[in-house]
Design a protein around this ligand. Structure first.
Ligand code: TTP
Length: 410
C-alpha cells in the first residue's frame, strides 16, 4: 500500500513562518512536521507519494528521495486548489491498489493509522475516515455516522459536539472517478469531503474509525507550540551528546545534540531539546517545553520558556523569549524582549489572514519569521508577528504586526 501525503498548501495561516517554505518543513521538537506523519504511516506503506506545489524545492531539499529506506516520489499538484485536487494528482501512482492519504500537517499516533487500516479492511470498504470526538466542531468537518457507516460530512458546522474528520483516509482507486465529478466548493476549492459525500450518495461503503489519542492539525502558529509541548512531554529521552561545563545545572529530561556546549551557570529545566553545535550560556535559564535548533546561541542572562527557536538563531544577550516561535537565522539584539501576557490576563488574539483570532491562550509571545534581526532593547507585544527578512531598529516597540522585508525604525 502507498502513502499519499498532501503537502501542496500555502500555509497562509502560518505566516510569517511559511513566507519562504511549506509549512510541513517547519521544525517542531527539531524535526520537520511532515516526518511525524510519515513515521507513523511507515509500518503500513511501502512507498510515499508527496503532493507538492508551494515552495516545493524546499520540501524536496529537506526530505530527500528516501524515508526509512522507502522511496519518496514528489508529484506536483494538478491546477486547482483543495484536498480533492491534491489527491487526484496521485492517480497514476496508486491506480491499482488501496492507498492511505494523510494531510501532511497533522500529528497523530500510530494507533490511529492502525485502527483506520484495519477498519477499512474489516468492512471491505471503498473509503475509511479517521474521526475523533470534540466538544466544538467549529474548525472541523463533522462526520455523521450510522452504525459502522459514515452518512455525511459537513464542513465547519459551528460550535457543536461530534466526530471531527482528522485528515487521514484510506481509499480504493475508485475514489478518482468521484473526485473528477466533484465541483468547486463555496470556499473555491475541490474538497475531498465533498467527494466522500458523493461516494456515500452513490451507495459506496464509507466507514470510519474512532481515534482517542493525541491529535493536532498545524494550521495556526500556536498549534506549533502545542505540538512542541506534547512531543517534549511524551517522547523525550534524557541524552547529553554535547559538552556540559561544570557549574551548569540540567534537570532531566533534556536532549542535547553533538557539538553543543552548555557553559557554566546555565540552568536548564526539562523537558528541553537542544540540537547540534549550539552554544548555551554561560548563565542562562532555559525552562520547560523549549526546543532550540542546530547552530543556535543562547547567551548570558537570557531566559527562554515554552518556545521554539529554529536553526541558526541567536538570543545572545539579556533576552526574554516566552511562549514564542523564532524562525531560522534570526538575531535578537541585546535586550530584545517578548511579552507573553496581557495585564488583564485575557486570551491573546492574533491576526490570521487579516482577521483577529482568539488563540485560546493567555500566554503567547512573538511569532518571528526567518532572517529577522532586531536591534537593542526592542520590545514585542504578545501575539505580534514579524515578517521574514525584516529589520527592527533599536528601541522599537513592536505593537503591530510587521510585514516581510520591512525596515522599522523609531
Ligand atoms: P489546509 O491546512 O486546509 O491548507 P493550507 O495548508 O494551504 O493552509 P492555509 O489554509 O493556512 O493556507 O490543508 C490541509 C492539508 O491539505 C495540508 O496538509 C495541505 C494540503 N493541501 C494540498 O496539498 N493542496 C491544496 O490545494 C490544499 C488547499 C491543501
Amino acid at each position: 500500500m502507498k502513502g499519499v501525503v498532501l503537502a501542496a498548501g500555502k500555509g497562509e495561516r502560518l505566516k510569517p513562518l511559511t513566507d519562504d517554505r511549506p509549512k510541513v518543513t517547519l521544525k517542531v521538537a527539531n524535526r520537520p512536521i511532515i516526518e511525524y506523519i510519515m513515521e507513523n504511516l511507515d509500518p503500513f506503506v511501502d512507498e510515499f507519494v508527496i503532493i507538492v506545489r508551494y515552495k516545493k524545492e524546499k520540501l524536496i531539499e529537506v526530505l530527500g528521495d528516501e524515508f526509512h529506506g522507502k522511496p519518496v516520489t514528489y508529484v506536483e499538484q494538478l491546477p486547482g486548489d483543495g484536498t480533492a485536487k491534491a489527491i487526484e494528482s496521485a492517480e497514476k501512482y496508486v491506480m491499482d491498489e488501496e492507498f492511505i492519504v494523510a494531510n501532511g500537517d497533522i500529528y497523530l499516533e500510530k494507533e490511529g493509522v492502525k485502527e483506520l487500516v484495519s477498519t477499512f479492511r474489516k468492512h471491505n470498504a471503498d473509503a475509511a475516515i479517521l474521526v475523533k470526538n470534540f466538544d466544538d466542531l467549529s474548525h472541523f468537518g463533522k462526520v455523521e455516522v450510522n452504525g459502522a457507516k459514515v452518512e455525511r460530512i459537513t464542513e465547519k458546522p459551528g460550535k457543536i459536539p461530534g466526530y471531527a474528520n482528522l485528515g487521514l483516509y484510506v481509499f480504493t482507486p475508485e475514489v478518482f472517478r468521484f473526485i473528477k465529478s466533484t465541483p468547486l466548493s463555496e470556499r473555491g476549492e475541490y474538497e475531498i469531503t465533498d467527494t466522500i459525500n458523493r461516494m456515500i450518495k452513490a451507495g459506496k461503503n464509507v466507514v470510519y474509525a474512532v481515534y482517542e489519542g493525541y491529535w493536532n492539525d498545524i494550521g495556526r502558529p500556536w498549534n506549533l507550540l502545542e505540538l512542541n509541548e506534547y512531543l517534549l512531554k511524551t517522547k523525550l529521552g534524557h541524552e547529553i551528546k554535547g559538552e556540559v561545563e561544570e557549574g551548569a545545572v540540567i534537570i532531566p529530561p533534556v536532549e542535547i545534540g553533538e557539538g553543543t556546549v552548555v557553559r557554566s551557570g546555565s540552568y536548564i529545566i526539562g523537558p528541553v531539546k537542544i540540537g547540534r553545535n549550539s552554544r548555551i550560556g554561560p548563565n542562562c535559564f532555559i525552562r520547560p517545553h523549549t526546543s532550540i535548533g542546530d547552530n543556535c546561541h543562547i547567551g548570558n542572562a537570557v531566559e527562554v520558556k515554552n518556545s521554539i527557536i529554529m536553526d541558526n538563531s541567536n538570543a545572545p544577550h539579556l533576552n526574554y523569549v516566552g511562549d514564542s516561535i523564532i524562525g531560522e537565522n534570526v538575531n535578537l539584539g541585546a535586550g530584545t524582549i517578548t511579552a507573553n501576557l496581557r495585564h488583564d490576563r485575557g486570551n491573546i488574539k492574533v491576526e490570521i489572514k487579516g482577521k483577529l483570532e482568539d488563540s485560546g491562550r493567555h500566554k503567547l509571545g512573538a511569532i518571528i519569521g526567518h532572517n529577522v534581526k532586531t536591534g537593542i532593547n526592542v520590545s514585542i507585544y504578545p501575539g505580534r508577528k514579524i515578517g521574514s527578512n525584516s529589520l527592527i531598529g533599536p528601541g522599537v516597540v513592536v505593537d503591530k504586526n510587521v510585514p516581510p522585508e520591512t525596515l522599522v525604525l523609531l
